[in-house]
Design a protein. Structure first.
Length: 767
């Protein structure tokens, strides 16, 4: 990475308007549902009323005879199985042979209007043969109940079990001064993006298919569509329009995508498919409910010598990213602490509920809740301050965990100090009024995975740059901006390296006919990987320019600097446009490509296939709150969040990401739970599924800590997911400080807290 002064363009860290901000706030941005070409066909999905049943017969004739109906699809029309992780292909676009959860799409009607399609679904007659439903972790572990996926090569209701051991944890537990073990549970929750899932597919005159989808993983969706439709990827043009958020919920391929594409080919007309808000809840792919048992060993001086975690996740009816989840539940057990002995066992199970998947902080958030609560409890048993216990056991920068995860930059110590200072944690800890508490938690997260979801040696991200004689730069990228600001990140990196105003850069994203491949917006990978690809492409242009201008001016390339569109040496100066003209006259049309593939340590990859990342971010949070003893109602006053993001590329976007993470964490702490009564989802709309309002949201104080990662683009790391991981445990630890109760299962609704307080009072009175 070249950090010479000549390459400092004065753009990084300055902020300013987002490249796509004006279009979104003025309503000019085009989302998938805004696209309605002439002669468009609309769809509606018929969903299963049963959690687990054989489909014995489907009669679609009455629906097909309804005026305005063009086609009715069932599972037999789209029998090819697929999955986000190709290792376990267990899902079809529509239920095939059996249904596996209430709300699963069974048929899709295509009609002249959405209303006609909806009415036609009511005419479809389906005969079911009911099967016992697997609705809990204990059900999934019961060998006497039927297999949800009978067609698998080795049928089981356990999708994946991962057992690992590093060091000698058994000896460490035997020799420890203090051993503490406790159980924790974390509820399922979902994403609630503003925009529902939607897809438009349009046949072209040349026989190809153009598909617009509200997706955050265009490349993987592109491959899945080709696989299920039985055509080549080059026969599909996939475009991601503006997307109204995803948070992980739009990583998979959905029935909307596959049915719209299939029907467009079948009918030779544009077809639009989208989910209602209820349909989005059934599509789910949200947070896994997890039960955890955690044990830690420590010496009397506070040195943590071993940790053991058992985590069992209820994954719902299909695999989605569940294979990865089974690793993420355990892989970050040690980090950010220097714990030399680790033992983990994680299970991801099938149940007859909507499939879980990746939600912000995928798989790592639930065990982080347990770990950070456990650290506070362990500190109490050691008679230590919980902050001091954390500081004593922190990993050092440029070190390695017991399970082989390599840490480079690490600003967590500075994060802890920053939130302690800003919140006045030490002063308040023993001086708050009754029922008011303050709590701290820390966390770590990855900056993308070292491996793609399907085996290949190709770049993880690539970028193309076109330089126009007018001075305008067009950036072609496969990245998927879903509101997190990745377009602006690319603009910032490009403008910084070329020394030009960001306003000269335009981004064309996620169009498979125009843009090179990027693997998608997941695992907080985009800034690190696409940013490095952008850096590679921009540096090639800058090198061409410097070579030509150095010869023209009779100087060394290192003498040339560029800021705000002016290239200069001590004796010369030229505008950006003049520089382009001079360079193009010598080398021809200006353009470049850039790519990034993370370095893979083969031994580490074999030992830990999921979890290794080119860098890790770190976060510390302090929450201050009041618990009303008469109602159980919790008022969170302030949350201070310090995040080690490597280097701040755009302060406004970084702060927004930190605040958004904390906001979602507050929701999971206080309200959110994907609740069921038997097989029936009780929260299939925003009316029942509670998310925080403005009135529920505390003051959020975002603090950026810069550690300048040596491998990150211009030193940057992720800031899109990591800050959420420590929010819920910080709140939980503050509740303990306020009440003396260690509540090990969120959400902390008033009835939950009130019952716990009442039991605690009765117990205290009897003692």
């Amino acid at each position: 990475m070249n950090h010479n002064n000549q390459f400092k363009g004065g753009v990084v860290g300055k902020g300013g308007p987002k490249t796509d901000g004006a279009a979104k706030i003025t309503g000019q941005a085009k989302f998938t549902d805004d696209l309605s070409p002439p002669n468009c066909v609309y769809t509606w999905f018929l969903r299963s009323p049963h959690a687990h049943a054989w489909i014995r017969r489907i009669d679609t004739k009455p629906a097909l005879q309804m005026p305005g109906v063009f086609a009715v699809l069932t599972g037999s029309d789209l029998p090819t199985r697929y999955c986000a992780i190709p290792l376990i292909e267990d899902e079809t676009a529509l239920a095939l042979e059996k249904v596996r959860y209430v709300g699963e799409p069974v048929a899709c009607v295509a009609a002249k209007t959405e209303d006609i399609a909806r009415q036609a679904t009511q005419l479809i007659h389906i005969e079911y043969e009911l099967l016992p439903a697997i609705l809990s972790i204990s059900d999934a572990q019961n060998p006497d109940l039927p297999f949800i996926h009978h067609e698998a090569k080795r049928p089981s209701n356990t999708l994946r079990r991962v057992k690992q051991k590093f060091g000698d944890p058994d000896a460490a537990f035997q020799n420890a001064d203090v051993v503490f073990e406790a159980n924790y549970s974390y509820p399922g929750s979902t994403h609630v993006p503003l925009e529902p899932h939607a897809c438009l597919a349009k046949p072209e005159s040349n026989g190809r298919l153009t598909v617009w989808s509200s997706t955050q993983n265009p490349h993987y969706l592109h491959r899945t569509l080709a696989q299920v439709l039985g055509i080549e990827t080059h026969d599909i043009r996939l475009i991601k329009p503006d997307v109204g958020a995803g948070y992980g919920g739009k990583c998979d391929a959905f029935s909307t995508d596959i049915c719209a594409a299939y029907l467009a080919k079948k009918l030779n007309r544009p077809v639009k498919a989208q989910f209602t808000r209820e349909g989005v809840f059934y599509a789910h792919r949200g947070r896994h409910p997890v039960k955890m048992r955690l044990k830690m060993a420590a010496m009397s001086d506070g040195t943590i010598t071993a940790a053991e975690l058992e985590a069992i996740a209820d994954g719902g009816a299909y695999a989605s990213y569940g294979v990865v989840t089974s690793y993420y539940l355990a892989v970050f057990l040690g980090m950010p602490y220097a714990i030399p002995n680790l033992k983990t066992e994680a299970h991801r199970l099938y149940t007859n509920k909507p499939p879980c998947g990746p939600k912000r902080g995928h798989g790592a958030l639930q065990p982080r809740f347990a770990i950070e609560m456990h650290i506070d409890a362990l500190a109490e048993r050691l008679n230590m301050d919980p902050v001091d216990l954390r500081l004593k056991n922190l990993m050092a920068p440029y070190s390695q965990t017991a399970n082989g995860l390599k840490v480079y930059s690490m600003g967590l110590r500075e994060c802890i100090q920053a939130v302690m200072d800003a919140s006045e944690y030490k002063q308040k800890r023993n001086n708050l009024p009754p029922n008011r508490g303050i709590g701290l938690a820390v966390s770590t997260y990855m900056c993308g995975a070292l491996h793609p979801v399907y085996p290949n040696d190709l770049p993880h991200s690539s970028v193309q740059i076109k330089v126009d004689r007018s001075g305008r730069i067009t950036i072609f990228t496969g990245t998927s901006d879903i509101g997190q600001g990745s377009n602006q990140m690319l603009v910032t990196v490009c403008a910084e390296r070329l020394g030009i105003p960001p306003q000269l850069c335009t981004v064309i994203e996620a169009d498979s006919d125009l843009c090179p491949v990027d693997l998608g917006s997941y695992s907080s990978r985009v800034t690190f990987m696409a940013g490095n690809a952008m850096l590679d492409a921009a540096d090639k242009i800058r090198h061409q320019i410097n070579t030509v201008m150095a010869e023209k001016w009779g100087c060394s390339e290192s003498d040339i600097t560029a800021t705000n569109g002016i290239y200069r040496t001590e004796n010369h100066e030229a505008t950006w446009t003049e520089v382009i003209w001079a360079t193009e006259s010598q080398v021809g049309a200006l353009g470049s490509t850039g790519s990034f593939t993370p370095d893979t340590d083969s031994a580490r990859a074999r030992r830990m296939p999921i979890g290794p990342s080119p860098a890790y971010s770190f976060t510390a949070q302090v929450a201050e709150l009041t618990v009303d003893p008469d109602t159980g109602f919790i008022t969170i006053h302030d949350i201070w969040c310090a995040h080690d993001l490597g280097r701040t590329l755009h302060p406004d976007i970084a702060d927004g990401q930190i605040e958004g993470c904390v906001y979602m964490g507050v929701g999971e702490a206080l309200f959110e739970e994907q609740a069921y009564q038997g097989p029936i989802m009780m929260t299939p709309s925003i009316l029942e599924y509670k998310i925080p309002t403005v009135g529920d949201t505390p003051r959020i104080h975002a603090i950026r800590i810069e550690s300048h990662d040596p491998n990150g683009p211009l030193g940057a790391k992720e800031v899109g997911e990591g800050p959420q991981l420590s929010t819920v445990p910080a709140i939980a630890n503050a509740i303990t400080h306020a009440t003396g109760l260690r509540l090990t299962a969120p959400p902390y609704t008033p009835d939950h807290v009130f019952r716990a307080l009442r039991i605690h009072r009765r117990k205290t009175e009897t003692e």
